[in-house]
Design a protein. Structure first.
Ligand code: HEM
Ligand code: FES
Lengths: 360, 143
């Protein structure tokens, strides 16, 4: 009896291919294309954010070799890293600068999604996972900021956790949970350290996976104004990937130059029995809410100002998180002009209030 | 019959798993709430020597675990306030140029009775009593 003819499809898969199913992975990569149009450059920023996160993980692990999370040793251990450990100043400077660039890249990425209207159906959940990632990145920044235990970070943490305390009903529990006690102190440092190096990296990795799987599943969105969808596409692999690699080199160059030429400052050691220094202000990404808090008077009608501020921020955040759900009408027509306007307004608020917070 | 049996099994499984999760979560959530560390009640605290603080100046002194702002208004007039800003918890300072108490965090201003002059603080600073005993300055809680 004649055996079934063997139809040669591709060359016989190799040893690894047979065991790891690399072919399906390659097929997955092969399907992905990136739309080419005048705004394609914005597609690089998600990747840049990811790249900077990898740098954070690597430099963070290096810092862990010497850093000590106690009020008596934290400041001194960072000082030790900067003055005694070989390349310690560079590793710490890269970790600090890269955290700032990463937050900037994440914001640029988010606004590019808004202006390219990439949040539209079926990508609503991708948007939500992206917002969660932005929240995690800001939490990384807030928790990491305290770790050197210097004056500015000590007061920034007092203010930040006190705001959490004015949330109605659960505020008191939240503030105690964050501080590990009734006030910012050694227990807070221990907790923030745990958040920063264990809880947040875990959550971040999980969320990144969700985000990337969704992006891969839906493919890259094409902005509504690009008419001919099939017109020009670039294969993701290797064409776009190699360009992304060049973008990473660009980011690395900027990062390296900043870290080496403007080494990150350590400031003065925190002292719970000293006054908040004049000119104190948070990191730039918290300047807008900071300046807003400064403007709100002690009472608005009969409600305490900080509660009013908190409710305002919560409403703003909710409105922004829900963007994909108010961005189209019932019958699926996009309100793209409205969304673009909202994005411009939010940027205008963030930029002017940050600038005022910085200079005033 | 078959249908009811399935519903029962599903209910048992659901409540079982739910109860297990709750029994894991409850202790974990309680664990996260930090225990109260009892502090010895402090009613007064030493605040240094009279000659250590010039007229028209202020300094932070330790009152148990809390900071208190001691102000020497002039040669004979002393005042003390809780140094914890009533806005968002920063530590305030005495301004010798304006003779006011200032919080650098969001520009809160208090007068030398602890009353809010301007800025976001919602309530006055709690005032403490200053006692002079020979050369020593002592700060005490008002009762
Ligand atoms: C697994 C990931 C990470 C680990 C293990 C890690 C570890 C550390 C350690 C040990 C420190 C204290 C040393 C120091 O203050 O220089 C630190 C500080 C800091 N981290 Fe991270 N980190 C990680 C990710 C991140 C990310 C993603 C961000 C960004 C948003 C970030 C932002 C910061 C900031 C702003 C500081 C304060 C830097 C300073 O002033 O010294 N970290 N981190
Ligand atoms: S904490 Fe003092 S003014 Fe805000």
């Amino acid at each position: 009896m004649p055996t079934e003819p063997v139809i040669p499809t591709e060359s016989e898969p190799g040893w690894f291919d047979q065991r790891l199913g690399l072919a399906s992975l390659r097929r997955l990569m092969g399907h992905k294309t990136v739309p080419l149009h005048s705004a394609s450059i914005w597609y690089y920023f998600g990747g840049i954010t990811l790249f900077l996160f990898v740098i954070q993980v690597l430099t963070g692990i290096l810092l862990l070799l010497y850093y000590r999370p106690t009020t008596t040793e934290a400041y001194e251990s960072v000082q030790f890293i900067m003055t005694r450990v070989k390349f310690g100043w560079l590793v710490r400077s890269i970790h600090s600068w890269s955290s700032n660039l990463m937050i900037l890249a994440a914001f640029i990425h988010m606004f590019s999604v808004v202006f390219l209207h990439a949040y539209r159906k079926p990508r609503e959940v991708t948007w939500l996972s992206g917002i969660a990632l932005l929240g995690l990145v800001l939490a990384f920044g807030f928790s990491g900021y305290l770790l050197p235990w210097n004056k500015v970070s000590y007061f920034a943490t007092k203010v930040g956790t006190d705001m959490a305390g004015s949330v109605p009903f659960i505020g008191a529990y939240m503030a105690r949970f964050l501080r590990g006690g009734n006030d910012v102190g050694g227990a807070t440092l221990t907790r923030f350290f745990g958040f920063h190096v264990a809880v947040l990296p875990g959550l971040m990795t999980l969320m990144l996976m969700v985000h990337l799987i969704l992006v891969q599943m839906h493919g890259m969105s094409t902005p509504p104004w690009v008419r001919n969808l099939q017109a020009r596409q670039m294969p993701f692999f290797p064409n776009f990937f190699l360009r992304e690699l060049m973008a990473w080199y660009g980011a690395l160059a900027v990062l390296g130059a900043l870290a080496a030429l403007l080494p990150w400052d350590l400031g003065e050691k925190a002292d719970p029995f000293s006054s908040a220094p004049a000119g104190i202000r948070p990191e730039w990404y918290f300047l807008a809410p900071f300046y807003t808090l400064k403007l709100i008077p002690s009472h608005v009608w009969r409600v305490e100002g900080e509660l009013v501020g908190l409710i305002g921020f919560a409403l703003l955040a909710f409105w922004w998180v829900a963007l994909p759900f108010w961005a189209s009408t019932r019958d699926g027509l996009g309100r793209t002009k409205l969304v673009t306007g909202a994005g411009v307004l939010l940027i205008a608020y963030l930029v002017t209030f940050s600038a005022l917070g910085y200079w005033r | 019959m078959e249908h009811q049996r399935r519903a029962l099994v599903r209910w048992l499984l659901g409540t079982g798993v739910g109860a297990s999760i709750a029994s894991f979560l409850y202790p974990a959530i309680r664990f996260m709430d930090p225990p109260d560390i009892p502090e010895a009640p402090v009613n007064e605290a030493p605040a240094g020597k009279i000659q250590d603080l010039k007229a028209n100046s202020g300094k932070i002194v330790k009152f148990g675990s809390r900071p208190v702002l001691l102000v020497r208004v002039d040669e004979s007039e002393w005042r003390a306030f809780s140094a914890v800003c009533t806005h968002l918890n920063c530590t305030v300072q005495f301004r010798d140029d304006t003779h006011q108490i200032w919080c650098a965090c969001h520009n809160g201003l208090y007068d030398l009775h602890g009353k809010v002059i301007s800025g976001p603080p919602p309530a006055p600073l709690e005032e403490y009593t200053v006692r002079l005993r020979g050369d020593d300055v002592v700060v005490a809680r008002r009762t």
